[in-house]
Design a protein around this ligand. Structure first.
Ligand code: DAH
Length: 341
């Protein structure tokens, strides 16, 4: 075989081997086999000196062509293999950017707190400021200064949580009235949202811990008409303009006269149903004109100032407004209920 034939044979072999390479390592091995320092093409080129001069040009040209061709076949095989490797890797780790993301459920305010916030905002819009009082109160502020007689049943330790030394977990937000009036001269226009505690057995309409919003408006010329106008506006704002209201006489030690505010039943609109116990009315809050004895306790002159006060249970208003049948559901933390509001 002369050099020309050897070159042609090497060319064929190299073409086949390059084609059947299945990895970059294989390709590199073929490159070394043919083009390396001791490679076949290199070897043949060295033999060129022994070829008769008249054939040397032709065989030399051929060898150079083969060398260039093998070089470029190797390069393109490498690119193919890299491409394949990338493609198979990409499908193994397939990332479909069009899939919807995994979402986390967002937290929400408990309906009670949301309702409390809404109510306070309504009062603030009417010119009341919002203040807070402590949950551990003196018995004096919680009862005595609010004109509770010593024998009043709610003072009973069956009804209140006493913590000793003349302190009690406040049973209502009304003691904040005492704190506010003791800390400033009239006029006073405040609401006090906050938590209260009573020794009640929880049932569909009672909790041991619950929220109230207290309101107090004291000035030199406040009348029952102011009380009625203010609370009627609030009731309409919360429950809607179509809701009818009535003030029903009641008794609280710290107000005289005292009344409870009722609204027409939200379910039957007054016709009578289970929710309103067939009365057509729902009780929403207590209120009245501040008792002169309370003014005496805080050092206000009851001959000069008058005022009205009110207190409402936030859970009660929330359950009425949202149509929740059992007050305990508000605190069971069942996401299926809470996520509805
Ligand atoms: N403190 C009363 C209660 O817990 C609610 C209340 C009634 C507050 C009349 C008042 C009021 O300020 O004037 O049942």
């Amino acid at each position: 075989m002369d050099l020309h034939d050897e070159a042609k044979a090497a060319q064929d072999a190299a073409r086949g081997e390059i084609q059947s390479c299945s990895s970059l390592e294989d390709v590199d091995a073929v490159r070394i086999k043919y083009l390396g320092r001791k490679g076949e093409i290199t070897f043949l080129l060295r033999k060129l000196g022994k070829v008769p001069p008249e054939q040397r040009k032709e065989v030399g040209g051929l060898l150079n062509e083969i060398k260039v061709e093998i070089g470029s076949l190797i390069e393109s095989r490498k690119q193919d293999l890299k491409q394949q490797k990338y493609a198979s890797g990409a499908s193994a780790e397939a990332l479909d950017v069009t899939l919807p993301g995994r979402t986390f459920k967002r937290g929400r305010f408990n309906p009670t707190l949301k309702m409390m916030d809404d109510l306070v905002q309504i009062f603030v819009g009417m010119g009341f400021s919002s203040v807070e009082g402590p949950e551990i109160e003196t018995e004096y502020n919680n009862f005595d200064a609010l004109n509770f007689p010593p024998w009043h049943p709610s003072r009973d330790d069956h009804d209140s949580f006493y913590v000793g030394d003349g302190y009690v977990l406040r049973t209502h937000t009304s003691p904040a009235q005492i704190r506010v009036m003791k800390s400033q001269p009239p006029p006073v226009r405040v609401v006090v949202p906050g938590r209260c505690h009573r020794r009640d057995t929880p049932d569909a309409s009672h909790l041991m811990s619950f929220y109230q919003i207290e309101g107090l408006y004291v000035d030199f010329d406040v009348s029952m008409a102011d009380l009625k106008g203010t609370l009627a506006a609030i009731a309409h704002e919360i429950f809607g303009e179509q809701t009818r209201i009535r003030f029903r006489p009641h008794y609280f030690p710290f107000t005289e006269p005292s009344t409870e505010l009722d609204i027409s039943c939200l379910v039957c609109e007054g016709k009578g149903c289970r929710l309103c116990k067939h009365s057509g009315w729902l009780e929403v809050l207590g209120c009245g004109m501040v008792h002169p004895n309370v003014f005496e306790h805080v050092g206000y002159d009851p001959r000069k100032v008058t005022g009205f006060a009110f207190g409402m249970g936030v859970e009660r208003i929330a359950t009425l407004k949202l149509g929740i049948g059992d007050i305990r559901l508000l605190y069971e933390n069942d996401i299926r209920l809470l996520s509805q509001f």
